[in-house]
Design a protein. Structure first.
Length: 624
């Protein structure tokens, strides 16, 4: 038995008073007639009715008169996106400092020549190192300096091998447990590893090697997940390109050079890194929310709506009154919202009533939420933010207004790494990206660990590498409107490849071993590779569906970390012939240019893919 409508609803968009029955007919498919037949229907509040009327009007106009595509997409980061972008990139500071700390282990040739045939105790040796401006590393503590110690190579390999393991594990964990927990835990674990080195690093090389392995695990896990975490929070392709261009790794290299020069010794160095990592982890934990895209993919529509609502409050300039000490803790997660709903016998509904001190206001808010949930389960129906598909929302979860119960579908089956290779549309770009990450990592880390071999000051060389990488890394965003991303990455790899061939010619034919030309060309190779890094990082997110996106990122980062393991081996390779590393780099870059030219897509990706592709065998069975 249905009750008659209380008010007649005008179809004119100017009339903002809408009846619940007509509203649900617009938003909910006919098969969900149980919601229309409830007798305790309430009128929408004027504010929500006005929003819904505006949404319906814009939807009708968009079908009749499609909006013109702007000539140049605007990049507009709101408060939450700016904060998340800043924190995720600042997180690269402790990560880069942890992974590159071994580049300063071995003292310079000048220092070794200065102390040759002389005897120093540990205190005098430390004083001499600080006097000359040498970094007092763990090798000094172990009495392994100036003897071509193998511990530097072993520890560097342990860091990179740990990064491989961490990247592989985090790729799966972030798709299963969420992006935010993996990002925060990685930074917190990195803090513990650096603090352990402060107190136990000088006792034994074996203990330190184990700690460096764990440090690599945390670093690899962070680098896999943080890019997905921030890119899923932005909407347009241009915004994703800004995120990729502002990658924090180059600034992390500058940070590494600065703190190593300022601290001068290993304990202060690792203490600064630990403090930075802990600060970033705390800020991310208490100021960021779980990825809405991941929650929606897990069919957690209610939690996704909670996060959207809280992000809108954060982005609203007039919502600073909501930032009270009482509500700060509960705004960082939706779990407390779920508990509030259970306490009020309305499970599954997300509301702002936690900010109401008056019981009457709470009841009013709950009543309004029951009505509004038909079009807010996927977020507020505001055309300025996003279009809500009511049919998908109704299919995703059905809400009974009478008893407040919510019937949610089961979560999707958990994907594995094998699913990455079952579909040709995923497999083809994945193989291309795997090689690109491997080749780029071999070249980049080969030059990082070769910084002390280049003429000039090692701190200045590493800092200039990071600074030039950051400047040239802005090229993809600055020229993407004029030049496609594929052309930019081909120019980037081509420039690095040409510089490598010139290095081979200069070192083998002209014999300019200690010339500044060698340093300039080496810096140019690493800097020109940064646009390549930015675009392949962006490809590793854009080209894969949500269900396997982080695992695809994990696979790419595993190959990148395998490539980075070659960095310490470059030190051994150059002892046989100084030009051998350059021959290796030139060959890898030449092949990488051909792979990119043949296998990378020419078209840009407007929106991130959500669902997995349908296999041809399944589609043929469906047609039959």
């Amino acid at each position: 038995m249905t009750s008659a409508p209380r008010d007649s609803v005008s179809r004119s968009p100017e009339n903002a008073t809408l009846d619940l029955q007509d509203t649900t007919k617009v938003l909910i498919p006919k098969k969900h007639e149980t919601i229309e037949q409830q007798s305790d229907c309430q009128l929408l509040s004027p504010k929500r009715a006005k929003k819904l009327a505006k949404y319906i009007k814009n939807s009708m106009e968009s079908h009749s008169h499609p909006p013109e595509k702007p000539s140049r997409p605007e990049v507009e980061f709101k408060s939450y996106e700016r904060m998340l972008l800043l924190l995720t990139q600042v997180g690269y500071l402790p990560v880069a400092a942890s992974m590159l700390s071994t580049t300063f282990f071995e003292p310079s040739k000048y220092f070794c020549h200065h102390i040759r045939n002389r005897t120093y105790d540990s205190t005098a040796l430390q004083f001499k190192a600080l006097e000359i401006g040498e970094f007092y590393s763990l090798l000094f503590e172990w009495q392994e300096i100036c003897i071509q110690s193998s511990w530097m190579v072993r520890i560097s390999m342990a860091v990179m091998f740990g990064a491989v393991f961490g990247a592989f594990l985090a790729g799966f964990m972030a798709d299963f447990f969420g992006r935010k927990p993996v990002v925060v835990f990685s930074l917190f674990f990195l803090t513990l590893a650096n603090l352990t080195l402060v107190f136990l690093g000088s006792f034994s090389p074996i203990i330190s090697t184990s700690v460096f392995f764990l440090m690599g695990c945390a670093s690899g896990g962070y680098m896999v997940t943080n890019v997905v975490f921030i890119i899923e929070a932005v909407k347009t392709e241009r915004e994703r390109l800004v995120v990729a261009s502002l990658n924090g790794w180059p600034i992390g290299m500058v940070f590494t050079a600065v703190i190593s020069y300022i601290s001068g010794e290993q304990k202060s160095y690792y203490l600064i890194v630990a403090a930075t990592s802990l600060a970033v982890a705390g800020l991310l934990q208490f100021s960021s929310f779980e990825s809405v895209g991941w929650l929606s993919n897990q069919n957690e529509e209610v939690k996704a709506a909670c996060v959207r609502r809280q992000i809108k409050l954060r982005n609203n300039p007039g919502s600073w009154h909501n930032w009270s000490l009482r509500s700060l803790g509960s705004r960082t997660t939706c779990s407390r919202l779920q508990k509030l709903r259970k306490a009020e016998s309305v499970p599954g509904l997300c509301s702002k009533c936690q900010y109401c001190d008056n019981n009457i206001d709470q009841k009013k808010e709950i009543t309004e939420e029951k009505v509004a949930v038909t079009f807010t389960a996927a977020g507020d129906a505001d055309a300025e933010d996003q279009q809500v598909s009511a049919a998908e929302t109704a299919a995703a979860q059905t809400i009974s207004i009478e008893d407040g119960t919510t019937n949610k579908p089961k979560k999707q089956s958990t994907m594995t790494y094998l699913d990455l290779f079952k579909h040709s549309t995923i497999r083809r770009p994945l193989f291309a990206l795997l090689y690109c990450f491997l080749s780029s990592s071999v070249v980049s880390f080969g030059f990082y660990f070769n910084a002390d071999y280049l003429p000039g000051n090692r701190y200045a060389n590493l800092g200039l590498m990071g600074l030039l990488k950051f400047i040239l890394g802005l090229i993809p965003f600055a020229f993407s409107y004029i030049i496609p991303k594929k052309v930019i990455i081909l120019l980037s790899v081509g420039t690095a490849c040409i510089c490598c061939w010139i290095l081979i010619a200069v070192t083998s034919m002209v014999h300019l071993g200690d010339s500044i030309v060698i340093t300039a060309l080496g810096l140019m190779v690493t800097a020109s590779m940064d646009p390549t890094w930015k675009i392949i990082h962006l490809y590793s997110v854009e080209l894969f569906p949500t269900a396997v996106r982080n695992m695809a990122r994990g696979a790419c980062n595993v190959t990148a970390r395998l490539g980075s393991m070659s960095g310490p081996l470059i030190i051994l390779l150059r002892t046989m012939n100084p030009t051998l590393p350059y021959w290796l780099f030139a060959g890898l870059l030449s092949l990488q240019w051909m792979v990119l030219a043949c296998l990378m897509p020419n078209q840009s990706v407007d929106s991130l893919p959500e669902g997995m592709p349908v296999r041809k065998r399944n589609s043929s069975l469906t047609k039959a």
